[in-house]
Design a protein. Structure first.
Lengths: 506, 581, 103
């Protein structure tokens, strides 16, 4: 029963993907196209809603009886705190994105492909976070990557999105090659790919530690391409800014974080090196924060700005995780996971709100132009909700209270200062100052939207639909609510933090 | 009861904020009335709260390891500041009914003002440093939103950004200090920090003390962060009166006063506080001498008066600083609001175009002069008593040269105050401006504040009793009003100060005829660069942008280059790991 | 180091990886980039089988290698499909000419 339930969590989105595709394709005539597109949307939404059921049951099982292991032939799955947190993120954002895309993607060529790929990607991501075999992990990872290439390059009439998709594909495939070499190195040393067995074997004798360290480096860099560690990040600003807005939200909100989970899972099996991984994560975190903030400062295209800000937020998460792994402070892991969840909400909201504005200003008028900051002048008058949602999102990203980002950053700070280590304390102050710096590019966005003189684009804009508004309202409410009641997500973030400490505790 | 009241003073304005916002911009009258309703109710609740002051926390809500317990402690310091914030806030809202009439986006305006009132009361009432910081940042957010309320004006946006960034940099100080305290004590409770300060390692305590000083200086626009307040004057005038004169800028003073018993023993801390106050008081008084924008003069004078309060804390006079804070909140709000009516009536802030407005705005002139005399420290207005108290403490507990310089500052204050009154209301009309008379809501607010300027010093005994009985760590002596009056009248400091004030008036009077009232000669380059700190700000910003520009060239967008990033990162990581093992 | 069969394969893997990364660093034609990626994948497949053999668990090595072949065929297909679209939109396959997004 448990296995069935858990497999359902992965299988429902994965198997509904072809159904949705076929529903959109079979016997389509011009006349029925509109009805079909409606059917596709509803089916996709139903599929993702159905996946909530096994998710909630799994969470309950986890709380009652702890982590569970399953295996079907060579597919090995493990439900622990981390997998359920990430599955929750994927489902929540996926549901909202599908709801949002209903109007956003309507009328696009190949709408059914969009939903089919999105559902497949969600199923593969949930599979990835539950994998308990190194090679399974790679297969899920590659599957997720392939579906995301197609989604990034979805607007295949647009030159820029083709370019972004192409670069994303090549860099990601390079990273994946590195991961495979790492896997081969581990296999050569221990003769197995099951995570639990590797953990046992690597501590035994007759293992070349240096080779394992090399494999770890390959995992860091290989998965790091997906996580967008600086300097492996170069694909990210292009892909995030050129993908359809719902996909930008997914990429920034969950895909890069899933890459991070894959990296952590792979590193955790190489026991005995936790200190090295901790240092590496902190180092990359620092680099990401600084680089992301500085580059975001110069952007004029909003989605590109948000993409760079994702780099710096990944940096905050990496810092929290690094502190947790290096110093064994559980609060750091909880803070990092809480920030991961909040970042999913805040960045998801930001991209969807920008998407809503693009929908009103450009898409409805048949344009796929990039939304520049200046186009937003006076947007609040015509689109009060979208402007408010975007303001909430960027202020939350900048760490202003009473919004979600403040609380999770705070938790990471607490963990950092608890180490009582002068370097980490310096790093934390550096992080706080960077948070201030980030307001230097978030705040002008808000100012621009609340101008009285509207821009040409805003004057020509068309109204939003209720599904878009509903999505924005739900997410904005969540962001505000978590700013007041940070404990609300403890049921997901605390077990995730505990799981991380468990897999890294040697 | 106290618990309910505490919740009310925080929650009522926030509820009001949401209500006004939901009411929608299409019905401005409804928005005005809701705003008044909620702010006045908050004001009443805050006054009712005064007798319930106590040193124990009235609300306790555990929030987990990383956040501690949410507590509210309505002690004397907290309830008095709450009352100031709520009462001045409601007067500012009443004033806004006339001032903001016909403005677009009223919902956003009132939302931010009411949200600010709640945050300010929360800030002073909070017994948990996390929530002090939480509310601290919300006040910064509201202040930024209101300074750049007129978003179409680039100066307003720049002013708002400047205020936000500078106070946030200060906020990092509060954050770091709080975190160090937590790392050492395992608690976010303010009472725990005050009680166990002596058990902390000296280095940790010094770190906390100085980072809190940085936070306070940034929030209260003190040296070296004094540059943001004059630029914040782009905000609607009721906001300048309320947030940038009477309440938010007091948060820094509050922070120093609150933690004074813990940091008192930190070497050089008191002296640093004293110097910060002294330098701020003097340089902004000098700046006020030559400024020609009415609101800027008032902003400089706010920085200068806040400098007096910081100086008082540095000299050990926590109570004196709070007493002056009360007086200053009342008379500076009065001055700003009166200036607001003038600006509203004539449509300019430039004093060069005003002059001789007194006969056409008699009511505004009268109340403005009351406020100005209080600012200058003329008996028997409230500013006189509190400033004398500070100078008396300065004479006893600070180096004599510092006291002397503060005396000079009092003279400068008298000088620029008289100049301001002269330029606006007296003399001949320089520019024939169309004058509208002040509205009735404006007159209500101004009248109440002018009355307050005459009488708030009578609350000396009550305020003193409130603070001395509910602040267990501050060791304040109880003193009665009569005692204070007697001490001030008989003290030599008073007569010296009055002499300086008279001298200030006299010099202005003598030079008024031949004196070039505009353009300050040798002073102006200093004032324009905020005594050298404006170029530093600009250097930091431009430097950051330049670095960002450099960095952005690394994003070439070329595939081979991107692959090179991956390969070289791999090599670096391999080498680092290999060396590390 | 002796020339055992295993060592020869190891040299083969390293050589293919070297060629592959060098190719990625200098190649400017999109189709060639996809081909170079395939060279890297071949190296990986060899490496997996070699690893299985070295650890005495050849079955694992072979099954993973087979899966990699399938998965990376899909990547190659998607890559080539995108390359076709790029050729249509840009009229060229020269990577520097299609690089418009920067900064």
């Amino acid at each position: 029963m448990n296995l069935l339930n858990f497999a359902g969590l992965i299988a429902i989105p994965l198997f509904s993907s072809p159904i949705v595709y076929l529903a959109g394709r079979l016997g389509t005539h011009e006349a029925t196209l509109h009805g079909r597109s409606y059917l596709v949307r509803v089916l996709a939404l139903l599929a993702v809603l159905a996946a909530w059921m096994p998710f909630l049951i799994s969470v309950q099982t986890l709380i009652v009886s702890g982590p569970q292991d399953f295996s079907v032939n060579t597919i090995r799955l493990r439900a622990d705190g981390i997998s359920l947190l990430m599955a929750g993120c994927v489902l929540l954002l996926g549901t909202l994105v599908i709801l949002f895309s209903g109007s956003y993607m309507s009328g696009e060529v190949g709408e059914e492909k969009y939903y089919a790929m999105l559902l497949a990607m969600m199923g593969l991501m949930i599979g990835l976070v539950t994998a308990s075999d190194l090679f399974n992990l790679w297969v899920w990872f590659e599957g997720m990557a392939i579906s995301s290439y197609l989604l990034v390059a979805f607007y295949r009439e647009q030159a820029a999105s083709l370019e972004a998709g192409m670069k994303y594909l090549i860099q990601s495939a390079t990273g994946s090659v590195l991961v495979l070499i790492g896997i081969a190195m581990v296999l050569a040393q221990v003769g197995t790919l099951d995570m639990a067995q590797i953990t046992e074997a690597v501590s035994g004798s007759g293992v070349n530690r240096l080779a394992l360290l090399g494999a770890g480096a390959l995992f860091v860099i290989g998965f790091g391409v997906k996580v967008a560690l600086v300097p492996l990040h170069t694909w990210l600003p292009d892909a995030h800014s050129q993908a359809p807005s719902g996909i930008s939200a997914m990429l920034s909100g969950v895909v890069i974080e899933i890459g991070l989970i894959a990296m952590l899972r792979a590193l955790a099996v190489l026991t005995g090196f936790a200190l090295s991984w901790g240092i590496l994560l902190m180092a990359f975190g620092t680099l990401n924060i600084l680089y992301g903030n500085l580059l975001a400062l110069r952007q004029t295209v909003i989605k590109r700005l948000l993409a760079y800000s994702s780099l710096s937020h990944i940096g905050y998460i990496l810092l929290g995780l690094g502190i947790a792994i290096y110093f064994g402070i559980g609060l750091g892991a909880q803070g990092a996971f809480f920030h991961l969840f909040n970042h999913m909400l805040m960045k998801g909201l930001a991209f969807l709100a920008v998407g809503a504005l693009m929908y009103g200003l450009f898409l409805q008028n048949g344009s796929h132009a990039a939304l520049k900051i200046n186009d937003l002048a006076g947007a609040a008058q015509k689109y009060p909700l979208a402007a408010f949602a975007l303001s909430i999102a960027v202020l939350a990203l900048g760490g202003m209270p009473p919004l979600a980002g403040f609380m999770s950053k705070w938790q990471i700070f607490v963990a950092g200062f608890q180490t009582q280590n002068i370097w980490v304390v310096t790093l934390m102050i550096f992080m706080a100052l960077n948070s201030v710096l980030s307001l230097g590019y978030y705040a002008p966005l808000v100012n621009m939207m609340y101008r009285k003189e509207p821009s040409q684009q805003v004057l020509a804009g068309t109204p939003l639909t209720w599904t878009i508004s509903l999505t924005l309202i739900l997410m904005a409410l969540l962001v505000i609510l978590l700013g007041f009641a940070p404990g609300l997500m403890d049921w997901l973030t605390v077990p995730a933090g505990e799981s991380l400490m468990e897999i890294f505790g040697d | 009861m106290a618990g309910i009241l505490v919740v009310l003073v925080v929650a009522l304005p926030w509820l009001g904020a949401v209500t006004v916002w939901v009411a929608g911009n299409r019905r401005p009258d409804v928005q005005h009335s809701y705003a008044i309703l909620f702010s006045v109710l908050t004001g009443i609740a805050s006054l009712v709260l005064l007798p319930f002051a106590s040193a124990v926390s009235v609300i306790q809500l555990p929030l987990g390891e990383a956040f501690g317990d949410l507590t509210f402690v309505p002690d004397g310091l907290a309830v008095s500041l709450t009352a100031i914030a709520a009462v001045v806030g409601s007067l500012a809202v009443i004033f806004s009914v006339d001032y903001m009439r016909g403005d677009a986006q009223l919902g956003r305006y009132y939302f931010l003002v009411l949200f600010f009132i709640g945050a300010m009361t929360g800030l002073v009432l909070s017994g948990n440093l996390l929530f002090t910081f939480f509310f601290w940042e919300i006040t910064a957010l509201c202040s930024y939103g209101l300074i750049s309320f007129y978003n179409d004006d680039p100066k307003a946006v720049a002013g708002g950004m400047k205020a936000l960034i500078i106070t946030q940099v200060g906020g990092v100080g509060l954050l770091a200090g709080t975190m160090i305290a937590f790392a050492n004590l395992g608690s976010f409770q303010i009472a725990d920090l005050l009680e166990n300060a002596s058990t902390l390692p000296v280095a940790a305590l010094s770190f906390i003390a100085f980072s809190f000083l940085i936070a306070a200086a940034a929030k209260s626009a003190q040296f070296p962060f004094h540059t943001w307040l004059p630029d914040a004057m782009e905000a609607p005038t009721p906001v300048s009166a309320f947030i940038h004169a009477a309440t938010m800028v007091n948060a820094g003073i509050y922070l120093l006063a609150r933690f004074f018993p813990a940091f008192e023993t930190v070497p050089a801390w008191k002296m640093s506080v004293l110097m910060v106050g002294l330098i701020s008081a003097l340089i902004s008084a000098l700046s006020a001498l030559i400024a020609t924008d009415l609101k800027r003069v008032l902003a400089y004078s706010t920085v200068s008066q806040l400098g007096y309060m910081v100086y008082a804390i540095g000299a050990g006079g926590v109570f004196a600083s709070q007493f002056h804070l009360l007086s200053h909140a009342v008379f500076k709000a009065l001055l700003f609001l009166a200036a607001g009516s003038v600006i509203h009536s004539v449509g300019t802030r430039d004093m060069r175009r005003m002059g001789g407005l007194g006969s056409r705005l008699p009511f505004v002139r009268n109340v403005f002069i009351v406020g100005a005399l209080a600012l200058a420290g003329v008996p028997i207005l409230n500013g006189f008593w509190s400033k004398e108290l500070i100078l008396e403490i300065g004479l006893e507990h600070s180096p004599i040269w510092a006291y002397g310089l503060m005396l000079v500052g009092a003279g400068l204050t008298a000088f620029y105050t008289l100049r301001m009154v002269w330029l606006v209301f007296l003399g001949e009309e320089r520019d024939h401006l169309r004058v509208h008379s002040a509205g009735s809501a404006m007159k209500v607010s101004l009248g109440i504040l002018a009355g307050g300027t005459f009488i708030t010093w009578l609350f000396f005994g009550a305020l003193n009793g409130l603070l001395s009985s509910t602040l267990p760590f501050h060791e304040l002596e109880h003193e009665s009003l009569i005692h204070m009056v007697a001490a001030i009248i008989s003290g030599p400091a008073t007569w010296l100060a009055l002499l300086m004030v008279a001298l200030g008036f006299g010099i202005f009077w003598v030079r008024a005829r031949g004196f070039r009232l505009f353009g300050g000669g040798w002073l102006s380059p200093f004032v324009e660069s905020s005594f050298g700190f404006e170029p530093i700000n600009r250097f930091v910003i431009q430097g950051t942008y330049k670095i960002a520009e450099r960095f952005s060239t690394t994003q070439t967008g070329e595939l081979n280059w991107n692959i090179l990033g991956i390969v070289s990162a791999l090599l670096v990581v391999l080498v680092v790991l290999w060396l590390g093992v | 180091m002796t020339f055992t069969p295993l060592n020869i394969i190891l040299f083969g893997v390293i050589a293919l990886l070297g060629v592959g990364f060098y190719g990625l660093l200098i190649t400017r034609n999109l189709i060639k980039v996809v081909m170079v990626l395939q060279i890297l994948i071949k190296a990986v497949i060899l490496a997996l089988i070699l690893a299985g053999k070295m650890s005495g668990n050849l079955g694992v090595g072979q099954s993973t290698a087979a899966t990699v072949i399938v998965a990376d065929t899909i990547v190659a297909v998607v890559g080539l499909a995108l390359a076709v679209q790029v050729r249509r939109r840009f009229g060229t396959l020269d990577v520097p000419k299609i690089s418009t997004l920067r900064g």
